[in-house]
Each structure stands twice: as structure tokens, then as C-alpha cells.
Design a protein around this ligand. Structure first.
Ligand SMILES: [Zn+2]
Ligand SMILES: [Zn+2]
Length: 346
């Protein structure tokens, strides 16, 4: 089979290896679609403590079950599925509480084990037992199904900030994740979504996907504009999908009293800045962070995609063959479009 291995920082190698054997508790999946995630780009650029070279990275996977171990009961050959990213150990406190995305072992597909930029991927026993493998509708394409993992993370954030009908929501960043937040927030009843985005192509994407207002912070004072749009009250909900420390600071300023703020994108340690915590106290803000998603929200994400609750095809702007994986990464890094998808069997 063909694989794309990360052999060093910024080095992806298209190469061949034998299709691995599976044990009686494992599944062999034929990868039909795999999305390039922001975290894949970070690993590609900077490496990661959890990733040794060579490693096939990638966790936004949809594919077909082609081989099953004899102890695997829940699946059969030919099942069309999409995956969550986490490999819960099943035993720690968090796994026991169905919060496997916070498992103390911190294992994920495409980190400690080979992931999806490959024609086939082996799903190990813990993943088969405790991870999220969800069957998709016959009418759902593999490429749309591969959005289930990033969308589950979006749902995880939305659960924490609770969008209510009538809310004004500010979204920082209109990449694939930001656009998913915009579309889902509108669907959940937000009456006004304000997006803050520098790049012109992404400003257009934000408007197309349902944002009511777009602010370009290069030319407009974000604080003043948000106040103008909210009768001087600020936003009910602020969602940060851009990895920027100064934005984290600003989010506390533009939030309404009793508002909710979601920190979704991590920032580099070097960019640490001080936050005015008086905003949190005196405006009674709820500040939350989310990372990954529990299995129940991956199940829910698949439902959104299967039922077409929002138009998921909007989020996919580029498609590549497996051989073109490095180009997919470079395209994603250039931020011209939204989600880049690799289709290993095309
Ligand atoms: Zn992802
Ligand atoms: Zn665990």
C-alpha cells in the first residue's frame, strides 16, 4: 500500500509498505477520505512530543471496513464508517466517566500510532473498544463523513457555551472550524453572528456561510464595532478559533455581562500575555476551553452530517490524491480555502 510518512519536520514522504496484519481484536480500514487538520499542520511544522518519526499522521478519517479480527463483533466487512481521534485506555477516571478525550494516556490516531494519510489504517483494540467508530448513511459521502471529527470538536465547544435563541455570537477566525461554528450557531438560533477575520477570501467565506457582519481588524476597531452592533452591551457568546493571545485578551472586553467565552485555539507559550481577570469577576463571565470531543458528541456530529443539518459540503474547498499530500498541507498552510481533503484511492 502507499503511505505518506512524516520523516522529519516539514518532510512528508510518499512511499510504499506492506498492508499490516491485524490481530483478533483489530480492524483494517480502507481510507477513502482524510482531512488535513490544524493539528496536522502544527505537527508538520514543529513536531510533537507524542509523535516519533517516521509516522503516518492524520486523524480525520472516513473509510470502509475491509478486514476484521474474529473477536470484533460490532462491525462487518463493507461497513462505511467515520472515526473520532482519541484512543481511550478504557480504565482511567476520565475513560470511566465517558470523557475518553481527556484520557490520562493521551493517545490519538496519527500520534502514537499510524493515522490516515495512507491507503489503509489499522484500528487497534483500545480504539475498537473505546474509541469512536460510527457507521454512516449510504447517502453520506466519505469526504463529508471525514468532517465528523472536526465537527465533533465544534459541538463540544458549543455545548460549553450554550447558544440560545436570540444570542449575538462573535467568532474569531473563519477557517474551516470558524465557519463550522458560524453555521452551527445560526442553526442553533443565534440571531446575529459577527466574524472577525483579516484575510479577504475568508471574510467572504464567513458571509457565505451565514455570518451577518464581518469585521476586518486591520481597518476597523473591533471593540467599537462589536459595541455598535450590540447596542453597547457586548456579545452573549465569544468563540476564539484563531491562535492569538491578543484576541484572548480582547474577547473578555467584547463579551456582554454574564456572557460566555470559548477558548478553542491554543497559543504558543511564548505569546503568553496577561488577561484582565476583573472582566471575568465583575462581568460574571463564563470562560471555558475545549479540546477534542467525547464519543457521544462524535455520534452527534455524524447525525448532523447524515441528516445534512447544515451544508457540510461548503467546508471542503480542496481535494488531493495521496501522492499530493504535501501539496494539501502547503495549501492548508496558505489559508486560501477551508478544509483540504486527501482521497487516497482516487
Ligand atoms: Zn482534527
Ligand atoms: Zn483513559
Amino acid at each position: 500500500m502507499h503511505i505518506v510518512a512524516l520523516t522529519d519536520k516539514e518532510t512528508l514522504q510518499y512511499t510504499e509498505k506492506a498492508i499490516p496484519d491485524i490481530t483478533e481484536n483489530e480492524i483494517l480500514l480502507k481510507v477513502h477520505a482524510i482531512g488535513v487538520c490544524g493539528s496536522d499542520l502544527r505537527i508538520y511544522k514543529n513536531g510533537d512530543d507524542r509523535v516519533n518519526y517516521p509516522r503516518v499522521i492524520g486523524h480525520e478519517i472516513a473509510g470502509e471496513v475491509v478486514k476484521i479480527g474474529k473477536m470484533v463483533k460490532r462491525f462487518k466487512i463493507g461497513d462505511r464508517v467515520t472515526l473520532g481521534a482519541h484512543i481511550p485506555c478504557g480504565e482511567c477516571l476520565f475513560c470511566q466517566k465517558e470523557e475518553g478525550h481527556q484520557c490520562v494516556k493521551g493517545e490519538s490516531v496519527g500520534y502514537q500510532i499510524d493515522g490516515g494519510f495512507s491507503e489503509y489504517v489499522v484500528l487497534p483494540r483500545n480504539f475498537v473498544e473505546y474509541g469512536s467508530i460510527q457507521k454512516i448513511k449510504d447517502s453520506t459521502s466519505y469526504e463529508l463523513a471525514s468532517l465528523s471529527e472536526p465537527f465533533s470538536c465544534v459541538l463540544s465547544g458549543l455545548k460549553e457555551v450554550e447558544i440560545n435563541a436570540g444570542d449575538t455570537v462573535v467568532v474569531y477566525g473563519a477557517g474551516a472550524i470558524g465557519c463550522m461554528y458560524i453555521a452551527a450557531a445560526k442553526k442553533m438560533g443565534a440571531t446575529k453572528v459577527i466574524t472577525i477575520q483579516r484575510s479577504k477570501p475568508r471574510q467572504d467565506k464567513a458571509l457565505q456561510v451565514g455570518s451577518d457582519v464581518v469585521i476586518d481588524p486591520n481597518s476597523t476597531n473591533t471593540f467599537e464595532k462589536v459595541m455598535e452592533e450590540t447596542n453597547g452591551l457586548g456579545a452573549d457568546v465569544v468563540i476564539i478559533t484563531a491562535p492569538s493571545a491578543s484576541v484572548q485578551k480582547e474577547a473578555l472586553e467584547i463579551a456582554k455581562k454574564t456572557g460566555r467565552v470559548l477558548f478553542f485555539a491554543g497559543v504558543k507559550q511564548l505569546n503568553e500575555i496577561s488577561l484582565n481577570t476583573n472582566h471575568i469577576i465583575y462581568k460574571q463571565l463564563k470562560i471555558v476551553g475545549t479540546h477534542g470531543a467525547p464519543r457521544r458528541l462524535h455520534v452527534e456530529a455524524v447525525k448532523w452530517i447524515d441528516e445534512g443539518i447544515i451544508d457540510f459540503s461548503f467546508f471542503i474547498t480542496h481535494r488531493f490524491s495521496l501522492r499530493e499530500t504535501e501539496l494539501a498541507f502547503k495549501t492548508a498552510l496558505n489559508k486560501d480555502g477551508l478544509k483540504c481533503i486527501v482521497l487516497p484511492h482516487n
